[in-house]
Design a protein around this ligand. Structure first.
Ligand SMILES: [Zn+2]
Length: 499
């Protein structure tokens, strides 16, 4: 690996003209000044955070050129994702063209995975931009700030959580502190169909594109407002982000009960794609379901994550042990919030738990969750278990914490304390997290983590639910309140789920 000294001036300045789409391709220019070093390697990601299969975003790049004013510099394509540029100290500009990953979502999109990590261009109408598809980075330059100037078609509006500025009606400027932040913030260009919500201290934007031309954002925003309000209260009132964006892209067809959806969550935004009938109740439900999980990601991984995530390697990422936390605890908050906030009956809540337990049994529960996390790419077929076993182990964690603290402390308080201790720019050490939580809480917790998350001891669902007066028959898969619970069991149940 060649070392490139990072100078104060080192940054990316990209220019894109969305009016000049040729053969469905976008042309990109990167201005380069004073590149230090004889050789440069310019890359596109093989993979991005939130997905666990290689995508090789370089495969959509054509006509790659490195220029020194009017000269073309020698370039060698090292892999599908990387280009080596010789005489890089002379480099003034890089140019290339980008093909999109899919056309209209739902038609001809059956091949390949992770559409929500790809980009799509429909001239003059809509651009779904995942920045990992359009913009690359130099090896050694992952931390350089990025500035992107976009010339845009008249009447299109850019929705994103990236910092942006619009000095002219036909031009937008976007800024990111580094490449990881750039990739974490997709952009949707469409005719304005937006609605704003103020949720405590957080400004939430709902931005939509519907190929039917119907305005759908206000209905979706009205529908998720009470959900977001309840999530805020569940998290203790103040949210750790000042803005959040829901990007929603819908294509309509007329086949009942047939829908294709895809979504990718980010720290302060979520991009969802849906191909379905045009039925506003259905669209509202779809976005509600997505928001009820994804919005909780403002806590983790955004504000609670390990170094592996902070210093993400876009070509060969090292996997953290803690997907049980990023996804499992997030999913637990999703199913726990409605009962804790008294929006759901005990019966409904128990039926959700039952479903999780039934589905979990279809997965390989002999592999510890920490190990599965580190092997997330090789064991993709097991990944969904983080939303099942990961959520149920988080539930056991919550019950145990409430028990040990006489009701004062549970996973809600733990998440808040971890977010305070760490934060957006302060990762934890991957191998230290369980010791840290143990120190923050109770010595008994270390054995809990060793057994059920680092180890493969079967989850103690029966005995833990019994602590709260809930009978769980694992063989017959029945779950119900005990007919004669003790006062202690009722007390713990109250602390845990307010029932
Ligand atoms: Zn998630």
């Amino acid at each position: 690996m060649v070392f490139y000294p990072v100078t104060f001036q080192s940054r990316y300045f990209y220019e894109v003209d969305l009016n000049a789409i040729k053969e469905d391709r976008v042309a990109v220019k990167l201005a380069v000044h004073d590149f230090q070093g004889g050789e440069a390697v310019f890359n596109f990601p093989r993979i991005v955070p939130g997905i666990y299969g290689a995508m090789d975003f370089g495969r959509n790049i054509v006509q790659f050129k490195a220029l020194a004013n009017n000269d073309t510099l020698p370039v060698e394509r090292l892999t599908v994702n990387s280009w080596k540029i010789r005489d890089a100290h002379r480099l003034t500009e890089i140019r290339y063209e980008v093909n999109d990953g899919w056309e209209e979502f739902g038609s001809g999109t059956t091949q390949g995975f992770y559409k929500s990590a790809e980009s799509s261009f429909t001239e003059g109408k809509v651009f779904v931009i995942n920045n990992n598809c359009l913009f690359g980075y130099f090896s050694g330059g992952e931390k350089w700030p990025v500035h992107i100037a976009v010339e845009k078609p008249a009447g299109l509006y850019a929705a994103t959580s990236l910092r942006s500025q619009s000095k002219r009606p036909d031009k937008d400027d976007f800024y990111a502190d580094n490449y990881r932040e750039l990739v974490d913030n997709p952009v949707l260009y469409a005719r304005p169909d937006t609605a704003k919500l103020q949720i405590g201290n957080t400004a939430v934007l709902v931005a939509c594109y519907a190929n039917s031309g119907q305005r759908i954002a206000p209905g979706i925003a009205r529908n998720i407002r009470p959900l977001l309000e309840n999530q805020r209260q569940y998290l203790g009132g103040a949210l750790p982000v000042d803005h959040y964006t829901f990007l929603f892209y819908h294509t309509a067809h007329d086949r009942p009960n047939d829908y294709t959806g895809d979504g990718l969550e980010h720290s302060t935004s979520t991009l969802c794609l849906l191909n379905s009938q045009l039925d506003s109740a259905m669209l509202n439900n779809f976005v509600y379901g997505i928001a009820s999980h994804e919005f909780f990601h403002i806590l983790t991984p955004l504000n609670i994550h390990s170094e592996e995530i902070q210093n993400y390697d876009f070509l060969a990422p090292k996997m953290s042990r803690h997907i049980w936390l990023y996804e499992g605890l997030t999913e637990y908050a999703t199913i726990h919030m409605p009962i804790k906030q008294e929006l759901q009956s005990l019966e409904e809540f128990l039926s959700v738990l039952r479903q999780k337990a039934v589905q979990m049994n279809r997965f390989d529960n002999k592999i510890p969750l920490t190990e599965l996390s580190q092997k997330a790419m090789e064991r993709q077929e097991q990944y969904y278990n983080f939303y099942l076993k990961g959520a149920l182990v988080s539930m056991c964690l919550d019950i145990r914490l409430r028990e040990l603290s006489a009701g004062k402390y549970g996973t809600q308080e733990m998440m808040r304390d971890l977010a305070k201790r760490y934060g957006k720019d302060k990762p934890f050490r991957d191998d230290e997290l369980f010791d840290v939580i143990t120190t923050m809480t109770f010595p008994e917790m270390r054995a809990f983590f060793s057994d059920y998350i680092e180890g493969a001891v079967p989850l103690p669902l029966e005995s833990y639910l019994a602590k709260a007066g809930i009978e769980f028959d694992e063989k017959r898969l029945r779950i119900q309140p005990m007919p004669h619970p003790t006062p202690e069991q009722l007390q713990l149940r109250k602390w845990w789920i307010n029932q």
